[in-house]
Design a protein around this ligand. Structure first.
Ligand SMILES: [Zn+2]
Length: 255
């Protein structure tokens, strides 16, 4: 690849909330965001595999069936997704955050210039709730358990596939502290704040911050609007050292 912008991956199993959090992170830290998941959803519709109207349980079930089909046609889909991601990254002019489709993230990490992978862990109940909330769908209990069963089935297929094709053990990865963010019982806002305050994220961001268009060369004073502490730094402030506020809107630039 001719382009050398640094890339980080933000992912999780399907419906873990990583899509929304990727958008938050992109906006807050001015990453260029490439959403592989959205691409796959569009692919489902454009190939006629997904036909039910958006915003319905049936639509989501068809999307999950489509993912299952994709998982079985591993190589072909990987090539397609890989060329989508690399063509997007090749036009990026600043550090890029790639959000993929769970199972594919680790496969791509082998080919892309990835600085770090962040993996959101969520319970199966959280995932179904997030999926429904994201697409503003109302579902009854039996529809919810249908979605749950499908997600579980897909997890197993992908886990097997990663193990067999790439020698990647998802269970092992899910126990890496600097990678995995447990989002159980957290809102997306809280999950975002948790990610933004772990050392590995701050270190990774700081290592590429100078390449961001809005990077501050000079030292500035920031006031935390939660506890009023004034912090002097030449980096974009991500967390108040006193009260741990990590909301980018709750810092005031005093200079
Ligand atoms: Zn504070």
């Amino acid at each position: 690849m001719s382009n050398t912008v640094p890339v980080i991956l933000l992912d999780g199993l399907l419906a873990s909330g990583s899509s929304i959090i990727s958008e938050y992170v992109g906006k807050s830290y001015s990453f260029f965001v490439v959403n592989g998941n959205q691409y796959m959803r569009e692919l489902g519709r454009s190939t006629g595999r997904v036909t039910a109207p958006k915003g319905t349980v049936l639509h989501e079930l068809e999307i999950l069936d489509f993912y299952e089909l994709l998982a079985e046609e591993q190589a072909k889909v990987h090539n397609q997704l890989y060329s989508f991601l690399t063509s997007k990254i090749s036009i990026a002019e600043k550090p890029t955050l790639v959000h993929c489709t769970g199972f594919a993230a680790y496969a791509f990490a082998k080919h892309l210039p990835v600085r770090h992978i962040f993996w959101l862990h969520a319970t199966i109940d959280d995932r179904v709730d997030r999926l429904l909330a994201k697409h503003t769908i109302l579902a009854n209990d039996s529809e919810k358990s249908q979605l749950k069963e499908k997600l579980k089935k897909l997890d197993n297929i992908w886990e097997e596939s990663l193990k067999n094709h790439l020698g990647i053990n998802l269970r092992e990865l899910e126990s890496q502290e600097d990678t995995v963010i447990d989002t159980a019982n957290l809102s997306t806002e809280q999950a975002f704040q948790k990610l933004a305050t772990i050392d590995s994220f701050i270190d990774t961001y700081n290592s590429m911050a100078a390449l961001m268009p809005d990077y501050q060369q000079e030292w500035r004073r920031w006031q935390c609007l939660v506890c009023q502490l004034v912090v002097e730094t030449n980096k974009v402030i991500v967390q108040c050292p006193r009260c741990h506020n990590a909301d980018p809107d709750k810092f005031k630039d005093l200079d």
